[in-house]
Design a protein around this ligand. Structure first.
Ligand code: ATP
Length: 337
């Protein structure tokens, strides 16, 4: 696992375990996780991997079976300590906004923070672009506006850590992209430390300084976007960050690629080269070449009959030389799945 050097950790987790239903399976089993002050961590993983449970443990909305969590140098969860959620100085934004329907924008934002100064509230409303909307009720707002109210409410008490749990899941794609950029700008402007839960690795790549991949409750790799995209430590992580084509020993030999014992190999779909005198290549027939917007999705048959899909800028047909360069090969130890 790639480790992050922690100069100034705001959040530190050690040996944190949580199980449900009598402890048969650990839903969360995190050996170590830390997040530096002012940084954004994305927690990615498929549905059921334990993302929400992990952030609920951090927020104090769940108790752990064992392990410790410290925030801002203070232990908030350990064998003997449990600091209640309201004392952890964590702001949370959820997928479903969780606004009070009978309260106005103003009342929602100030609900847990009655003594907020007028200037601070105005600043906050400006920040989230909701000046003039103070008297509206949630049902009079769009989804994106409701999520901005939720963000303002989470930021009002000036939390030391902001947790966003799938904040864009209920929004259509155009709004999601717009809001993602806006929220990212706000977080950066405030220099706030944030954890951003998502199953969308594109979101993680765009927003986060650091990404932790959760699988069955454990962090299987942590690093920046470039590390996870270029040097995933297993096929599972590689495939989370974009389509890959695993190649067997026999298939690698078709390309003339020297197989190393103990290694599994894969190529990203977009890394294949066509008719380019690539160091490793094979002559194949193009079965299909479908235009899908910016690129073509091509399918070719390898000599053993396996169909390989890859993308190209130009449409392809007939016989081609399909290849790849040394730097395009992702390799993983064959004993890690
Ligand atoms: N209170 C609970 N009681 C029993 N099982 C639970 C409870 N909360 C979560 N789980 C189980 O823990 C596992 C992880 O759930 P969690 O919600 O943390 O995953 P997730 O990665 O956030 O998933 P999703 O992306 O679908 O929200 C699931 O199998 C879920 O059914």
């Amino acid at each position: 696992m790639t480790s992050t050097i922690n100069m100034n950790p705001l959040l530190e987790i050690a040996s944190l375990r949580k199980s449900f239903n009598g402890g048969k399976d650990f839903v969360v089993d995190v050996e170590r996780l830390s997040l530096n002050k002012g940084k954004i961590l994305a927690l990615v993983g498929e549905s059921g991997s334990g993302k929400t449970t992990l952030v609920r443990l951090i927020a104090g909305l769940e108790t752990s079976d064992s392990g410790s969590i410290s925030i801002g140098g203070q232990t908030v969860t350990s064998k003997d300590i449990f600091v209640p959620p309201e004392q952890r100085k964590i702001g949370m934004v959820f997928q479903d906004y969780a606004l009070f329907p009978h309260l106005t924008v103003y009342e929602n934002i100030t609900y847990g923070c009655k003594h907020i100064k007028k200037e601070q509230l105005t600043e906050l409303l400006q920040l989230v672009g909701l000046v003039g909307y103070e008297k509206r009720y949630p049902h009079q707002l769009s989804g994106g506006q409701q999520q901005r109210v939720a963000l303002a409410r989470a930021l009002a008490p000036r939390p030391q850590l902001l947790i966003l749990d799938e904040p864009f899941s209920n929004l259509d794609i155009a709004l999601k992209l717009q809001l993602r950029n806006e929220i990212f700008d706000i977080i950066q402007q405030l220099g706030i430390t944030a954890i951003f839960v998502t199953h969308d690795t594109q979101d993680a790549i765009m927003i986060a300084d650091d990404i932790a991949v959760l699988r069955k409750g454990a962090i299987i790799q942590q690093g920046n976007a470039s590390t996870l995209y270029r040097s995933p430590n297993r096929l599972y992580v590689a495939a989370l960050f974009g389509p890959v084509v695993p190649l067997t020993i026999e298939e690698l030999s078709f390309f003339g690629y020297p197989y190393k014992k103990g290694e599994n190999c894969a190529i990203r779909m977009e890394q294949f080269q066509v008719n380019k005198n690539s160091p490793y290549s094979v002559r194949v027939h193009v079965e299909r070449s479908l235009f899908f917007g910016q690129q073509y999705l091509n399918t070719c048959k390898l000599p053993n009959g396996k169909l390989v899909s890859f993308t190209s800028v130009q449409g392809l047909h007939d016989e081609i030389e399909l290849g790849f360069g040394q730097g395009s090969v992702l390799t993983f130890p064959d004993n890690i799945t």
